[in-house]
Design a protein around this ligand. Sequence first.
Ligand SMILES: [Zn+2]
Length: 203
Amino acid sequence: MDSIDKLAEVFKEFPGIGARQARRFVYFLMSRNGDYSATLARQILELKKDISQCTDCFRFFVNKNSNSKVCEICNDVNADDSILMVLEKDSDLESVKKSRVYDGKYFLLGGLVSIVEKNTPSYVRINELKNKISNNKSIKEIILAFSLSPQGDHTDHYVRGEIKDLVEKSGIKVSSLGRGLSTGTELEYSDNETLKNALKNRQ
Ligand SMILES: [Zn+2]
């Protein structure tokens, strides 16, 4: 493998990027002057340095106060800690946060559960979610907010099954983000109005 192939392999790992696009990225980099690649490489390293993963909700956040383990949302005393929204990934959380239609707390599951795979992938934080529910007595409602795709539905079903005993014991209501989102819609691309409706119509 030459260096073009090697870098293309790296880009191929990006969400939604295929082999052909990955190579286009590499050729694009080669066509730019050396400063561009140097800046890019530096920015990537900077990112790693300034970013921490919250130990409470598992989102990545810019750690201004580098010894903080918990992000600013989890630390926010004005956020409603009786509602917990469970999402797949950072970009979904980011769009809900930006929409300002929700002021509760969040939890990132880390991925969806595949219909075809027998074992739950290790990046799915189901045990962490259970721990959070057990240790957090203020939670009254859990909103499952996965994308409206077969895999999202499957994950919704899976999480409900896994936390069933726990929520029944604590009298926590579990709802799913309403059908205001049309089928196949990715949460991260939803506009404010759609999110607002989806939240209002949760069931
Ligand atoms: Zn957090």
